[in-house]
Write a protein that binds this ligand. Sequence first.
Ligand SMILES: [Zn+2]
Length: 62
Amino acid sequence: MCPKCVSHHVASILYGMPAFSEDLQRELDEGTMTLGGCDIDIYHPMPNYRCNDCGYKFRYVA
Ligand SMILES: [Zn+2]
């Protein structure tokens, strides 16, 4: 859930270069997964979710 706008339309952010597959493509199409690219900041905790409604990125650990 987005802490900013309380939307449930959030996508997991996948970092690095993923192996593309039909499953991954479907998740990207559905908006449950988004790509974070390779700019990994080792000094700060990386957000692992992005809100599809407001674009806010946040870190959530279940
Ligand atoms: Zn939001």
